[in-house]
Design a protein around this ligand. Structure first.
Ligand SMILES: Cc1cc2nc3c(=O)[nH]c(=O)nc-3n(C[C@H](O)[C@H](O)[C@H](O)COP(=O)(O)OP(=O)(O)OC[C@H]3O[C@@H](n4cnc5c(N)ncnc54)[C@H](O)[C@@H]3O)c2cc1C
Length: 438
């Protein structure tokens, strides 16, 4: 166990961090904490800023030392890992055998247990579904410190309770994952992109591509809508209002044969992205906002050619630094039959609030298809017709302290009404993705 000074508190109170090395350690830690009536928060990897200064100075159990790849079964095409193993490390080990994980998160530090606990979608989800669709069984320690196993074919109810539960239904300690035959470093993709200046054409195009992805290996649509920008002139000369910018891009990425020319273009593209990422990381505070926005914008203009590995971690090189600042985020799985109604509903809700109260600045959306056995089962369990879905996620940048709690409640209940009316599923409604993040 190590202790960290709790940040964000006026006094130096210490939050405990437990670092178990194996499942028996997890069992002991959970039982001891229960006996001390200490509340434990589970973390996949490193402590993030959010983990410091948790409410009531909660103790943290991090699985980052439980990061082994335990077994790669070539015949069954599965991999068994400890829950703290990073997906990028697992993928690197699988790569040596011509195998890979079909769905990974958009940055390199995500752990298997952490991703299983949120569900996990990616730009390959139109083919492979969610990360949790790839899990065949898992080992866990429940909140009373009891060890158990469950999977697709045994203790299925428990299995579904733990997946996507954000750590509230027990601590996942090991998982077996299905893998696919793929060479992520040498499979080249070329991106076929369409750009749009109006929302209607963007949504229409996204609807068609999600319903008929053809042989696309990856797909993603992004829409950005800025509020009119006011730029202060030197003292005494007033303000200039720049126009609002609204544009969207849909990209479908298809496998292609590598040529020398393509390799050279990829090299230039990846160097440019890394430089943009470095510049954006260095650009702090309000003054750095335009640079960070430019870095985020660069994602819209992803390179024409890249490997699967590059494409999976494209966001990792530029976006994280541009994601600073308070924002309201929500993600919804819309059944394909109601996809455009949900997209318009969410867009109009956020644009309307921005127009009336000025609470948001930039409103952006990301979307792609999700064909998931887990979601179909989830829909059936709620009495809804199982369907294929389009994920629609919105990020609305907040003007500081411009979203009072009554307005937030209003927004949340409008989203819930929309989901109910259109049979859409909220992505982890109780988790931070559905709340205001700082
Ligand atoms: C609701 C939500 C959905 C997200 N969806 C995506 C996505 O689809 N694609 C993407 O690229 N990024 C997504 N993210 C962002 C981020 O990639 C994920 O949060 C990712 O799971 C972080 O991985 P981590 O290993 O650092 O986990 P952490 O950030 O440490 O934990 C994530 C959640 O999982 C719990 N948890 C962690 N490890 C375990 C474990 N072993 N057993 C039980 N619970 C555990 C934590 O308590 C926490 O609730 C999402 C974030 C949230 C909050």
């Amino acid at each position: 166990m190590v202790s960290y000074p709790a940040m964000g508190t006026p006094h130096s109170v210490f939050a405990e961090e437990y670092l178990p090395r194996d499942t028996a350690d997890v069992v002991r830690t959970v039982r001891d904490s229960r006996d001390r009536a200490e509340r434990l928060t589970v973390r996949g990897g490193e402590q993030t800023e959010e983990s410091y200064g948790l409410p009531d100075q909660q103790a943290v159990l991090s699985l980052r030392k439980m990061n082994a790849v335990l077994d790669i079964n070539l015949g069954r095409r599965t991999v068994r890992v400890q829950a703290g193993a990073k997906l990028s490390d697992i993928d690197r080990r699988l790569g040596a055998h011509g195998l890979g994980l079909p769905v990974v998160g958009d940055h390199r530090d995500i752990t298997a247990g952490g991703f299983a606990s949120v569900g996990g979608v990616s730009t390959a989800s139109h083919r492979y579904g969610m990360f949790i669709d790839q899990i065949s069984d898992l080992e866990y320690v429940d909140t009373d410190g009891r060890l158990g196993t469950c999977g697709r074919t045994h203790h299925t109810e428990r299995f579904h309770r733990i997946l996507g539960a954000g750590g509230r239904a027990g601590i996942i300690t090991a998982l077996t994952l299905d893998v696919v035959e793929v060479d992520k470093d040498h499979t080249w993709l070329t991106s076929d992109s369409d750009r749009f200046l109006d929302f209607d054409s963007f949504v229409e195009h996204a609807t068609t591509e999600i319903a008929n992805p053809g042989s696309a290996a990856l797909q993603v649509g992004r829409w950005v809508d800025t509020a009119p920008l006011k730029v202060a002139r030197p003292v005494g000369t007033g303000q200039v209002t720049l126009g609002a910018v609204r544009f969207g891009q849909w990209s479908s990425l298809y496998p292609t044969a590598p040529t020398r020319g393509l390799r050279a273009r990829r090299e230039v593209g990846s160097r440019t992205r890394k430089s943009l990422g470095a510049i954006a990381s260095a650009a702090g505070g309000r003054a750095g906002m335009p640079v960070r926005n430019a870095a985020a914008g660069a994602l819209m203009f992803a390179p024409k050619v890249l490997t699967i590995r590059d494409a999976e971690y494209l966001a990792d090189t530029v976006i994280s630094s541009s994601e600073r600042g308070p924002a309201y985020r929500v993600a919804v799985f819309a059944p394909l039959s109601n996809y455009s109604a949900v997209f318009y509903g969410l867009h109009d809700l956020f644009a309307g609030h921005r127009e009336r109260t000025g609470c948001f600045t930039v409103i952006s959306a990301m979307t792609y298809g999700v064909r998931s056995a887990y979601l179909r089962a989830e829909a059936a369990a709620r009495g809804l017709a199982p369907a294929d879905y389009g994920l629609i996620s919105f990020t609305c940048r907040l003007r500081p302290s411009a979203l009072p709690s009554e307005q937030l409640r209003d927004i949340v209940s409008s989203i819930d009404d929309l989901c109910r009316g259109e049979h859409a599923l909220r992505y982890s409604g109780e988790l931070p993705l559905g709340n205001v993040n700082g």
